[in-house]
Design a protein around this ligand. Sequence first.
Ligand code: IVH
Length: 668
Amino acid sequence: MNKKEAGERIFRLRKELNRHNYNYYVLSQPEIRDFEYDMMLNDLIELEKRFPEFYDKNSPTQRIGDDRNQVFVKKEHKYPMLSLENTYSQEELNDFDTRVKKIIGNDREYVCELKYDGAAISLLYDEGKLVQAVTRGDGLRGDDVTANVKTIKSIPLVLRGDDYPSLFVIRGEIFMSREGFRKLNAEMEKKGKTLFANPRNTTAGTLKMLDSSVVAKRPLDCFLYHLLGDELPYDSHYENLERAKDWGFSISPHMTKCKGINEVFDFISKWENARQDLPFDIDGVVLKVNSYRNQRQLGFTAKSPRWAISYKFKAERTVTQLLSVDFQVGRTGAITPVANLKPVLLAGTTVKRATLHNDDQIKLLDLHYGDTVFIEKGGDIIPKITGIDKTERPPEQIPVEFMTTCPACGTALIRKEEEVQHYCPNETGCPQQIKLKIIHFVSRKAMDIDGLGEETIELLYENGLIKSIDDLYKLKKEQLILLERFAEKSADNIIHGIEESKNVPFSRVLFGLGIRYVGETVAKTLANSFQSVDALMNAGFDELLGINEIGYSIAQSIKDFFSKTENRGIINRLKKNGLKFELSEDEKELRSSKLEGLNIVISGTFENHSRDELKDIIEKNGGKNSSSLSSKTNFLLAGKNMGPSKREKAKKLNIAIISEDDFMKMIQ
Ligand code: IVH
């Protein structure tokens, strides 16, 4: 092949490949198979190597990137890159519409677009060729990321046709689809690398990567939404973007023309509801006045155009800064790290703090003070930090280290090997633990003592009146009255409430003791199974494990609790004060653990009990009532009118069928 033939073939291949790129990445309508495309591309790579005189930085071969490190040069924007005024409310959109109407009258036309959650990019085309791609930067100057942007297949390197302006800028958003992001993270996981936080951050980070051959492998995409230039074909936004499709640009198919503000509201509510169905993230809707003449009439403020506004959906994810980390001591001594954040609006509320769970979580995030962090609100209300924007971390930031001593009492913290939590072991001396234990003891689900809230407990503790839960029963009205803020009435109330608490049933007293892992339900199970605190205290490890729903950690925690002299002392003193440390006679009669571990199905109608009563009896005796027969069922409690198919099924599964009488005998 001579030079002339090679040149011709190179140009033909480039043209063909550009066309297929456009079909595939912009129109999503490929005409050839991937294999054929790759063969053509390989052909071109070979030829360009053999005939370097035909090198062209906009050749389709340049999309594979270059692994030589690049430095990002700052480039001035030809037109400043402004941002948009944001609003979260429909009233403000109405105000915007009113302002527009005042200046351009009723004949206004809007264009609604989606607000893509990625990274803004400004592309400069000269004679149909991409010559520069610059990030937003400070709006006046941004980073030249041309080499990286060239790897994005939906951005044309050479334009189609010949009716494009000779020099123009087109701006848009580079983003990563959710699916692309998911796949990328799956790969990272396979390689044992740290996962990316979210598509937006990954996009921004990828654009600033030094090695464009890595960028080429990332699934970046782009929608363009803003044309700027002196010779644009139309005097309106929508029409120009429509035309830009023919030049090879990927223009969002969701762009819609609207007459008046009500159509705009329709567009917003449609996408607010359907945003989850889109393959990529959006964080709102952008509203623009269509006519350039009208845009010129409206003009700009210092920061943003007066002819456009963005309506942001209530954020589910946002970015803020980590200011400091508190280490909170819990009732059982567990230390929870809590992040103090620069206040930020998220899904309608201001977020200032987020839990960090434990040290493993801090290490996993690789959290540093001053970090720019992503926070999210999941289904629950508690916000959490899901990732860090490491590109924003100045070099001198120091990593967040877990505390080594208790912030409340100074005792060295411990972390057992198999546990993720750090603990302050000073259970009986740590003031924070003591206060929280008392607060738990008087709380509604435990002793439910009226008039004793967190602040009062704090006050009583600080004045040396209570040092442990049993001290509550020594309190005298005269002592309370001497305290600030106490009137005769409130003092009476508290003393009365404390007296009343002596009638609280055993299971709630047990719950109130605050044994680690012994919640409301476990306390009930334990009370029913052992019937008294003495029996529970003397129970062996295996005996505890033998009870349904009591596992190793609970059993260990119970043994630990009762092995401490201080705890036994507290229980003795509480007993002396008349608190209930065993089931009442009534409770004993009704409750047992006779049906412990048994799965019982009720069917039919009964002589002496309703089905609900039977269900209640089963549960009070430690059994479980299920609605359908299975291999796990132990008994079928059968009444009259039970269907034959149930009986058949019970027989097949070898399940014993018992009558109401048999059942009552079982629990007597
Ligand atoms: S128009 C002067 N249209 O939102 C017009 N921006 O604060 C400026 N964005 O930095 C931009 N989707 O990154 C426009 N359909 C859209 C957009 C959009 C996302 C981003 C863009 C810009 C920011 C505006």
